[in-house]
Design a protein around this ligand. Structure first.
Ligand code: ADP
Ligand code: MG
Length: 680
């Protein structure tokens, strides 16, 4: 049977090896790939102008009869142009073509064509420069809404239009609809045939919208069905079963009691790891909610059962902090731990490799260094990834793949509203720590304008004189081309020379060498510097209890969740802490967003509001791009379709968990294909 999904593009008329190679650069291998190579935008060329009405410097479409055969004009070597006079019932215009000797073959005297191009009027002479044209009986590039595709060398718009149109005519009888009729009906979606036709060659804007809606729905629907299937499949992969799950010795060694939320999350984890199947769990908790203890308790349980555990963090500072905090607690129970990062000396590294392989090290903390080939475990059973949003799924899996049947725990401090978390992390079980340890004080947050800058500097000085430390965060260095933004380097120079020449000050940003970054961080942690000027690189997990003041420059530029994360860097000690959001402009939206920051310290509430105010765009950095790559859907704009398709996916899997029914055959195929891609 003919299947456009599996038909090589070279079976299309006029496509040989050379063209196929060029198309491959666009990711087009099969006929279906070509048919789903979607336009990035459209040009509405439906309006036909009369020659009389043409105005200078517009792009217009006309119908015209060729008055006389194209006439060649030689300018100099390499520059020849052709003039073709055309008329309609209101006047005459001249089409001009440069270096196109074939024009004589295409445009014949006495025939009518449609032209589309830029109009130039000099005196009473009307010219259309290098227009696109076609016989007026056709409407592929004129008189219609024309698709514009992203191109590559050797591939032109005209070629794509023609080839896609031919592919559609030849293969549309063989299209299969992934979506069962029931879903099409319930969500008023058009057929696949209609949508492919109209996404490329829409008869009007309404048709385009209808076509697009269906394709977006389909894309989200298949993604969400796939994620949910991966999740339920995970529930049948056997994993290490931890039999001894008594946490009480560990818990009683801590100087505090777990919060109710931590206890609940530990119960969820315990349930997972004492089952015969692997755990795939995401722990979401606001900054300071105590995720590290969840990791520690899980590591304790794992090693107590005779297995090894690994915990990966995105930065050296953070990995070291985890190691420093947890290894003393774990060693009380005879658990040997180690720290492995890019900076670990070769000698130490070799020793760690050997001991991980022999099983003498029970728990290892580290950075990406943990997923290099050299690292082998004797029996890894638990892989923890902290600040998951800084890693891709691939890296997370690489750690788990250091063993077979390894339980995976990922942690994130980015509070994602539940609706979104279900979509983004549909393949994971989710635990939420929605409570902070007792005694945490509210971080007083103020939003100010430039007029308060001097007072703010006095405030910084007062805090430093009390023995406290201060962060000053600027938008990232890359953005510094925009002169209205505070660049971290300039600002550091300014503050250290003009404002606080007497106060030791450090700088840290993403463009620095890893070692220098590390040194800056350590200096601040140790108190050698009192003010740290930085970009958002400090956002992740660092703990400096003496830091009581967070200044954020150009606060209006940051997402609310990010502001909240940054603010979470202070208020970690016993001293009263403050956050000052300095805005350099105040739109209505900025005012509203800053108001939430000053009123609430609750990350989930803040993220819900951000979602309402700005849509989900800001959240999608949290699951890396390439990973969730959409052909047509746009997460930020198509949010309601995203929700609908989530509900539909849920319903479908409830009714047919294995997608084994006849009508779900094609969805099953599509989800299998995607899940291979996602987990490969
Ligand atoms: P995060 O969730 O941001 O990773 P951490 O795990 O770093 O937060 O915890 C922040 C601080 O709170 C740490 O100093 C930790 O020791 C402390 N902490 C964690 N759990 C509790 C608790 N139940 N009671 C009191 N303090 C706690
Ligand atoms: Mg943390």
């Amino acid at each position: 049977m003919i299947n456009p999904h599996e038909t090589d593009i070279r079976l299309l008329k006029g496509i040989g090896d050379a063209k196929a190679k060029q198309l491959l650069r666009l990711g087009v291998l099969t006929v279906w790939d070509l048919l789903t190579y979607f336009p990035v935008r459209f040009e509405n060329r439906t309006h036909i102008s009369k020659i009389f009405d043409l105005s200078h410097d517009t792009i217009s479409c006309i119908n015209g009869i060729v008055i006389s055969a194209p006439e060649e004009h030689y300018v100099r070597k390499g520059l020849t142009y052709y003039k073709v006079p055309v008329r309609d019932d209101t006047g005459i215009a001249t089409c001009i073509f440069f270096n196109n000797k074939y024009i004589k073959d295409y445009l014949k005297k006495g025939y009518e064509y449609s032209f589309y191009g830029k109009v130039s009027i000099r005196g009473n002479k009307k010219e259309i420069l290098s227009p696109e044209f076609e016989p007026s009986s056709q409407s592929q590039c004129t008189k219609c809404i024309v698709p514009i595709y992203p191109l590559t060398n050797g591939i032109t718009q005209k070629f794509l239009r023609k080839t896609i149109s031919e592919a559609y005519s030849a293969y549309s009888p063989y299209f299969k609809d992934f979506l069962p009729p029931k879903i099409l009906q319930e969500y008023s979606l058009c057929s696949i045939d209609y949508s492919i036709k109209n996404i490329h060659f829409p008869s009007d804007l309404k048709a385009l919208e209808i076509a697009k809606k269906r394709l977006v729905f389909e894309e989200f629907f298949i993604l969400q069905t796939t994620l949910r299937k991966i999740k339920s499949a995970g529930k049948s992969i056997s994993g290490f079963t931890f039999r001894d799950t008594d946490l009480s010795p560990f818990l009683s060694s801590l100087p505090f009691k777990l919060t109710n939320a931590q206890t609940r999350v530990m119960e969820e984890i315990t349930k997972d790891i004492s089952s015969p199947y692997v755990m795939n769990r995401l722990v979401q908790g606001d900054v300071g909610s105590g995720k590290t203890m969840i990791a520690a308790a899980s590591i304790y349980m794992c090693t107590k059962n005779g297995y090894q555990a690994a915990m990966m963090a995105p930065t050296e500072v953070l990995a070291r902090q985890h190691y420093n905090d947890l290894s003393p607690i774990l060693s009380k129970f005879g658990i040997n731990s180690a720290l492995l990062t890019g900076n670990t000396s070769l000698k130490q590294r070799k020793d760690i490799y050997a001991k991980l392989k022999s099983g003498d090290i029970h728990a290892v903390f580290g950075t990406h260094a943990l997923i290099t080939d050299k690292v082998e475990f004797s029996k890894l059973a638990l892989a923890i990834t902290d600040e998951q949003h800084r890693f891709g799924v691939r890296q997370r899996m690489q750690l788990s793949e250091k063993g077979v049947g390894v339980h995976t725990l990922v942690m994130t401090a980015t509070p994602i509203p539940r609706t979104l978390a279900l979509i983004l992390y549909g393949d994971l079980d989710i635990s939420v720590i929605d409570e902070l340890p007792p005694g945490r004080q509210k971080i007083d947050t103020y939003c100010v304008g430039e007029d308060m800058r001097q007072r703010m500097y006095s405030f910084i000085r007062k805090e430093i004189e009390k023995g406290n430390r201060c962060y000053v965060v600027c938008p990232s260095v890359e953005e510094s081309e925009d002169s209205s933004l505070k660049s971290v380097e300039q600002h550091h120079t300014f503050l250290s020379q003009k404002v606080f020449p007497d106060i030791p000050m450090g700088i840290v940003h993403g463009k620095m060498r890893a070692n220098d970054k590390e040194k800056s961080m350590t200096d601040f942690v140790d108190g050698n510097t009192k003010i740290l000027v930085s970009t958002t690189v400090i956002e992740v997990g660092v703990n400096v209890p003496q830091a009581t003041l967070m200044i954020i420059e150009n606060a209006e530029r940051f997402g609310l969740s990010q502001l909240h994360q940054l603010r979470g860097r202070v208020g970690r000690g016993t001293q009263k802490s403050y956050c000052i959001l300095l805005c350099s402009s105040f739109s209505e939206e900025t005012k509203e967003r800053m108001k939430i920051m000053t009123q609430s310290n609750d990350g989930f509430k803040i993220s819900e509001t951000d979602l309402k105010l700005r849509g989900p765009g800001d959240f999608f950095g949290t699951r890396q791009h390439g990973e969730l790559h959409f052909k047509i859907a746009d997460l930020a704009n198509d949010f309601s379709v995203l929700k609908d398709s989530g509900v539909a996916a849920e319903k479908l899997l409830k009714a047919d968990p294995y997608l084994s029914s006849e009508e779900n055959f094609y969805i099953r195929e599509a989800t299998n294909r995607l899940s291979e891609k996602l987990t490969l």
